[in-house]
Design a protein around this ligand. Sequence first.
Ligand SMILES: NC(=O)c1ccc[n+]([C@@H]2O[C@H](COP(=O)([O-])OP(=O)(O)OC[C@H]3O[C@@H](n4cnc5c(N)ncnc54)[C@H](OP(=O)(O)O)[C@@H]3O)[C@@H](O)[C@H]2O)c1
Length: 264
Amino acid sequence: MTQRHGSNRNRILIIGGTGSIGRLVTARLAELGHRPRVLTRDPDRARRSLPVAVEVRAGKLADPTAVRAAVHGVDAIVMTHGAPYGFGNYAAVDYGAVPAVLDALGGHRVPVVLMSSIGVTAAGGPSRDVLDWKRSGERLLRASGMPYTIVRPGWFDDGSDTFQRVDLSQGDLREYGPVRRDHVAETIVQALLTESARGRTVEVFSADGPALTDWPSAFRAAEPDRPGDLDGVRDRPGPPLAAEPEGVRADLRRFAPTLPDTEI
Ligand SMILES: NC(=O)c1ccc[n+]([C@@H]2O[C@H](COP(=O)([O-])OP(=O)(O)OC[C@H]3O[C@@H](n4cnc5c(N)ncnc54)[C@H](OP(=O)(O)O)[C@@H]3O)[C@@H](O)[C@H]2O)c1
């Protein structure tokens, strides 16, 4: 990450910074001496739940002016947002945050860590669900040319509280696997701060065993995604581009100019 504020104090925007994972990411970044900035629909609630040093900006993802102001001057972006499961507008939130951020960046390149989910590559049922929209967001981010890392957590805090080890894997092969929320947050923070995490897609689980301490090696051990490929390097092939909704294809045409037009 470019050091633009002297020492290593980076201005980092967290989209979803008030969420159960985003709060942990934000607090950890503040603890490490960075300058987190959170975009939220409810700034009063955000201030009550976040460390005082965190800069809170009011705004909605659907408001390009608010998102542009939020990305202004940042060194990196974390995305841990998500619409409420079962009744959320996944197209607008889980997916929509990605084009909203790319639009606001206007071609400016900064490291982006996107939290997605295990199971995205098994999506593709008759009606689009949250995982389909998350996979589309992953695909757009990969194609955008941003220096990215995609982190796909297992199931949050599901009987994993005594596990100390963080397990990174690839290929989205596990339908189930627990992960501690603090392990998800630490993986996201380390992905942001570790150069060897760029261009990689990893799943994260908690397991029995010693804690992970050598993050650069752990990320280096993960295979990088293939440049120009919309899917993670070890993923089963995703749907053809023609099967993506027109709005996603329009975003790909706009934000992924290196993809051949004929494919979109
Ligand atoms: N539960 C699991 O086991 C599991 C496993 C893998 C992945 N996931 C994924 O993790 C995500 C949830 O993470 P979490 O528990 O940290 O989230 P959370 O506590 O539900 O918080 C959601 C965050 O997203 C933001 N958000 C929601 N709707 C929004 C909207 N319309 N506009 C702008 N921002 C919006 C919220 O911001 P404000 O309210 O502050 O505006 C909040 O910061 C979900 O997408 C889920 O699919 C969950």
